[in-house]
Ligand binder design. Sequence first.
Ligand SMILES: Nc1ncnc2c1ncn2[C@@H]1O[C@H](COP(=O)(O)OP(=O)(O)OP(=O)(O)O)[C@@H](O)[C@H]1O
Ligand SMILES: [Mg+2]
Length: 367
Amino acid sequence: MAEKDPKKSYLVTEKLVKRFDEALAVDEVNLSIKQGEIFALLGSSGCGKSTLLRMLAGFEKPTSGRILLAGQDVASLAPYERPFNMMFQSYALFPHLDIWENIAFGLKREGLPKADIKQRVGEMLDLVQLGPYAKRKPHQLSGGQQQRVALARSLAKKPKVLLLDEPLGALDKKLREQTQFELVNIIEKVGVTCVMVTHDQEEAMTMAGRIAVMSKGRVLQVGSPEEVYEHPANRFVADFIGNVNMFDGKLSVDEPDRCAVQTKIGEIHVGHGVSGALNMPVSIAVRPEKIEISTTRPADIDHNIFTGRVKEIAYFGSYNTFIVQASDGNRVKITEANTSRHDLSHITWEDEVFFWWGDRAGVVLRD
Ligand SMILES: Nc1ncnc2c1ncn2[C@@H]1O[C@H](COP(=O)(O)OP(=O)(O)OP(=O)(O)O)[C@@H](O)[C@H]1O
Ligand SMILES: [Mg+2]
């Protein structure tokens, strides 16, 4: 594989558009993907993820815009001429061929010498740790194992870019989680640049180095899992990635390193400025795990503290979730790890509680 420059763009889309008759499936998408990175397209059903991936693969012709691989426009290349390989939403293996033959299929069609095919299939079987299963048929493997065969088949031709459309979509939740790690390990071992599509935010967060959050054909934000979670660009992203409490209000103070927003539950302070106009409408997003809760008022807290009544409690192994109805009727979600320094076991339904958070917990969103 060629020298990797981790900072340089490798796969680039410029103002990529796909229009189907009425519908604008992909709307001026600019992406810049680095060599060797696992990049996820995340969004709900119908937002244009597969269409974008299919344009990269060459199965769909862009209405306008460009796709560049290492600086070269790929528009003139047919799918089979592109150094891309796509694994489809349903990764149909050939049921009548054994695992070895499934992996060898593309290599045979390319007319590779027999000895080379043998070596390459052997390498792929080792990579996905399915050597002992080479002579089985797909239906004699588990879902996760079949998925690994499909991956081996996609990687056999040494593509420069691996395109995965909902790679784990056919697996149940438990198997998905386990397979996510296996898949990342294999992809990283090979070092192939990977663009994957998923509508599952946890899957994107677990597998990808960077995520593009999409809605209605547009990319709303690109960032690492931590960036999109901690610094969502707008309400849609904040809401789509993980759980969030949203407080709507008007900007009442705005300084370079702090601001305040007047909301229905009271004034909320945030530890960053927004360079906005006073009184402009904004929302504050606060993640449930950043909020603390107690039946007694903490002595040292004098702002971002509110009262409410406990409406729901759910206990999960390592954390508890409380739904607290604030004075304005807003239902606030609060999660606390069981290791919390406050003893929460005595909090019960209909209790009056205090809840509060630090200045750095909230993010002000303008749109
Ligand atoms: N061949 C086509 N002809 C007409 N419209 C299409 C075609 N393919 C996709 N679309 C439309 O384009 C939009 C985006 O579809 P796409 O398959 O890219 O969504 P997606 O994000 O992959 O969704 P999902 O998560 O359900 O797979 C949808 O509104 C869809 O109906
Ligand atoms: Mg799709």
